[in-house]
Design a protein around this ligand. Structure first.
Ligand code: DMJ
Length: 461
């Protein structure tokens, strides 16, 4: 599947950001401005991990000769960080090739002006030449987005470590300070925060889009620090506690889901993006602090968290199983007489997203229950049957339709995440073991920073 996706990108869209596999041409997205090569940088580590070294060398040569950030263009700070900085960092740690570290640092430095705001909460969008930032015009009251400014920590800590430049660390630690000081409604983090006033915007809370990877990076900041960053640990488990109390619900049919919260009211909807939470909760389960039971005695939280993770995973699998194409919709609901089913036409699409497969990988590694591999295999079959086209893989517009209507985009995260997680799901646990690597939110593995033995690249022979 990787070869099919990569070879066709190479053939029809080389050097552009993504492949349009039906039109057989390049696809550009405004997220990266005029930066090119998103699929190449996103796929580097997957090629390496899958031992496709000749393809990796071709990609490396393109990075050396053609990857360019010196342009007058506006980019999404979050997307460029998770895909380009994250992809380059992983390629460096896997292969040991200096060019990747150099390019990651060069790009990271170009992102620093985004933090020039009264609070230090970065802008969503940045012009790489002028250093002028702004927020998405649609974001509540000119706010920055939780999942965007909260998903820089892992990459910036590695940029700090590799470059010695203290600014990388200072910038992400300052974000955390602002958040720690703010009042949180019922302990929850609203998705919108104004970078000028330091006040929350609209009270919309979500573990799916706009919120998701903020929670992921709290947990992973703790793990990547070799479990020394106690502040991150506390913030993560406190946030999860609030999510459990205020957002986690069980349907009449017995499915556990994570609802969204709008100004105190629950919307009984779960996004495909929120399905990553099964994996996150499982990954964090063994560090969960004991909670006091009703009788005042401490209760071990690990078992409860593993159970919650498994239940969420089951629900996300149901969201796939209840469709015609056996691929999950963008969002599914638990109201109006349905459970784990999309009811709105604009929520029925599947764009090759990884979150459900990502969660299968974590649950597989942490429980070895074979059902997670079975469910992963069901996804492989559905991808092969409905998303594979002659010149690559495409998303589909309606997972409840009897035949696939292709959207003609092969997303770069399909190669970075979906195929990598599938590959690892069917590999041994010592292939990128969790006690050495932490995956950024785009599935780019970053080594745990251990003192006094910090990470060095460890290329395959
Ligand atoms: C990816 O770019 C990342 O996983 C991000 O955290 C969320 N969206 C896509 C995949 O769905």
């Amino acid at each position: 599947m990787m070869k099919h996706a990569w070879d066709n990108y190479r053939r029809y869209a080389w050097g552009t950001n993504e492949l349009k596999p039906v039109s057989r041409t390049g696809h550009s997205s405004t997220l990266f401005g005029s930066i090119q090569g998103a699929t190449i940088v996103d796929a580097l580590d997957s090629l390496y991990i899958m031992e496709l070294y000749e393809d990796f060398d071709v990609a490396t040569e393109w990075v050396e000769k053609s990857l360019d950030f010196n342009m007058n263009t506006e980019v999404s700070v979050f997307e460029v960080n998770i895909r380009f900085v994250g992809g380059l960092l992983s390629a460096y740690y896997l292969s040991g090739k200096e060019v990747f570290a150099r390019k990651a640092i060069e790009l990271g430095e170009k992102l620093l002006p985004a933090f020039k705001t009264p609070t230090g909460i970065p802008w969503a969008l940045l012009n790489l030449k002028s250093g002028v930032g702004r927020n998405w015009p649609w974001a509540s009251g000119g706010s920055s987005i939780l999942a965007e400014y909260g998903t820089l920590h892992l990459e910036f800590m590695h940029l700090h470590f590799l470059s010695g430049n203290p600014l990388f660390k200072e910038k992400v630690m300052a974000i955390r300070k602002v958040l720690s000081r703010l009042d949180k409604p019922q302990g929850l983090y609203p998705n919108y925060l104004n970078p000028n006033s330091g006040q929350w915007g609209q009270h919309h809370v979500s573990v799916g889009g706009l919120g998701d990877s903020f929670y992921e990076y709290l947990l992973k900041a703790w793990i990547m620090s070799d479990k020394t960053d106690e502040e991150a640990r506390t913030l993560y488990y406190d946030a999860l506690q609030a999510i459990e109390s205020s957002l986690v619900r069980r349907s009449a049919g017995g499915l556990t889901y994570i609802a969204e919260w709008k100004g105190g009211l629950l919307e009984h909807k779960m996004g495909h993006l929120a399905c990553f939470a099964g994996g996150m909760i499982a990954l964090g389960a063994d560090g969960a602090p004991a909670a006091l039971g009703a009788d005042g005695a401490p209760r071990d939280a690990t078992g409860r968290h593993m159970e919650l993770a498994a239940e969420i995973t089951r629900t996300c699998h149901e969201s796939y199983a209840r469709t015609t194409l056996k691929l999950g919709p963008e969002a599914f609901r638990f109201d109006g007489g349905v459970e784990a089913v999309a009811t709105r036409q604009n929520e029925k699409y599947y764009i090759l997203r990884p979150e459900v497969i990502e969660t299968y990988l974590y649950l597989w590694r942490l429980t070895h229950d074979p059902k997670y591999r079975d469910w992963g295999w069901e996804a492989v079959m559905a991808l092969e049957q409905h998303c594979r086209v002659e010149a690559g893989f495409s998303g589909v517009r309606d997972v409840y339709a009897s035949t696939a209507n292709h959207d003609d985009v092969q997303q770069s995260f399909y190669l970075a995440e979906t195929l990598k997680y599938l590959y690892l799901l069917f590999s041994d646990d010592d292939h990128l073991p969790f006690d050495h690597w932490v995956f950024n939110t785009e599935a780019h593995p970053l080594p745990i920073i251990r003192r006094p033995h910090p990470p060095t690249p460890n290329p395959a022979p």
